[in-house]
Design a protein around this ligand. Structure first.
Ligand SMILES: Cc1ncc(COP(=O)(O)O)c(C=O)c1O
Length: 378
């Protein structure tokens, strides 16, 4: 048995220590321009992201939540409309739908945690205006099936790609398969700012133009407000941080994928459900989520072993107090509900040290091996 190790769930201090020397002069130069909101650095970032994804326009905003919310406003989604989305996401996906006055309608998920296209089809009503799949953990939802549905039923697709920068499905990048692709660059994301930030990949220039207005008080030019908007602009310092971190992102993703593969080889496959990574999927592992019985006890045991874990997310959105008025109840989405009791995110970040994964897997395997003994005793 290995000796005790400290394995934190995230390590942003390590990220900063590694980049500090190169990053500080860049930030100093940006601050020295006196252009602290918007400006050339923000425009260069948007242009770079548009080139990278081969989309006509990218609009940066203040957060991933604003990316979703402003995208829906740009598509004309509002009161009276329904948007179908999974109940197992971060609450922001649903909160964004509610914030534009539309109604979130939930559809259950598949064993791999992505939205079930058959459940989506069953949830469509004459009021449905859009589908918002979530590429949870960095794994793309079944976009071919959802795209076909959207086309037949004339629905928009708003990709919540907050957790999936760089992920692909059948070679297509997350965020480029719908009408809009919404990203978060929150510090905990693989591509992260040093604060809140987000951006939208737009499938048409018209959507991009409207988003540019909506994020800036509805202003068309300095003195002409064509409509009412909000303030959700990216700071130039955050844009510079993101641009700098884009340089090392391939390596970040590669490390996370290597760690996932090591877990896959080391974890006990009969007792621990590790979602498959199939040939047509390039997953970027924002989180590495296993499913186990007695999840809470395992998390406690791992904490005693020095291992940080997370639960993304312990309470499905339809069972949140804020969702009470939507009229859902426990049992409505059995797959998502069952998963919420069994999911556990293990450390997968790029700053793990040699031997960390083996140690975590050993601790997990030891715990699950005790299970049959305890089950007999209970
Ligand atoms: C799936 C998902 N959607 C939306 C968001 C919202 O992004 P932000 O925190 O940048 O507003 C997040 C952030 O955690 C997320 O994970």
């Amino acid at each position: 048995m290995s000796t005790y190790r400290d394995v934190p769930f995230v390590n942003l201090a390590a990220q900063y220590a590694a980049e500090r020397e190169e990053l500080l002069p860049i930030l100093d130069a940006v601050l020295g321009t006196g252009q602290w909101v918007g400006g050339p650095v923000v425009e260069e970032l948007e242009a770079e992201l548009a080139r990278e994804h081969n989309v006509p326009s990218v609009v940066s905003v203040g957060s991933g939540t604003d990316a979703l919310r402003l995208s829906m406003l740009a598509l004309g989604i509002g009161p009276g409309d329904e948007v179908i989305t999974p109940p197992n996401s971060f609450v922001a996906s649903t909160a964004a739908i509610v914030s534009v006055g539309a109604r979130p309608v939930f559809a259950d998920v598949l064993p791999d945690q992505t939205i079930d296209p058959q459940a989506v089809e069953a949830a469509i009503t004459p009021r449905t205006k859009a589908i918002m799949p979530v590429h949870l953990t960095g794994r793309c939802a079944d976009m071919p099936a959802l795209g076909a549905l959207a086309q037949t039923k004339h629905l928009y697709i708003i990709e919540d790609a907050a957790q999936a920068y760089g992920s692909t499905l059948h070679g297509r990048r997350a965020g480029t398969m719908g009408d809009v692709g919404c990203f978060s660059a929150h510090p905990l994301k693989n591509l992260n700012a040093a604060g809140d930030a987000g951006f939208v990949l737009c499938s048409t220039e018209a959507i991009g133009r409207r988003l540019l207005r909506l994020r800036n008080n509805g202003l068309h030019d300095r003195n002409t407000a064509l409509e009412w908007g909000v303030v959700s602009r990216l700071d130039s310092v955050q844009a510079a941080v993101i641009r700098h971190r884009l340089r090392s992102l391939d390596r970040t993703i590669q490390r996370r994928r290597e760690h996932a593969q090591q877990y896959r080889e080391a974890l006990n496959p009969t007792e621990v459900f590790v979602p498959p990574c199939e040939f047509h999927q390039f997953n970027t592992f924002h989180t590495f989520v296993v499913q186990v019985d007695r999840r809470d006890e395992l998390a406690t045991r791992l904490a005693q072993d020095g291992i940080g874990t997370g639960i993304h997310y312990p309470r499905p959105i339809h069972l949140q107090p804020a969702a009470a008025a939507l009229g859902y109840k426990a049992g409505d989405f059995p797959v998502a509900e069952r998963q919420s009791e069994r999911i556990l995110s293990l450390p997968v970040h790029q700053w793990l040290k040699p031997g960390d994964i083996d140690y975590v897997a050993e601790c997990v395997n030891r715990f699950v091996a005790e299970w049959p003994v305890q089950r007999t005793g209970s």
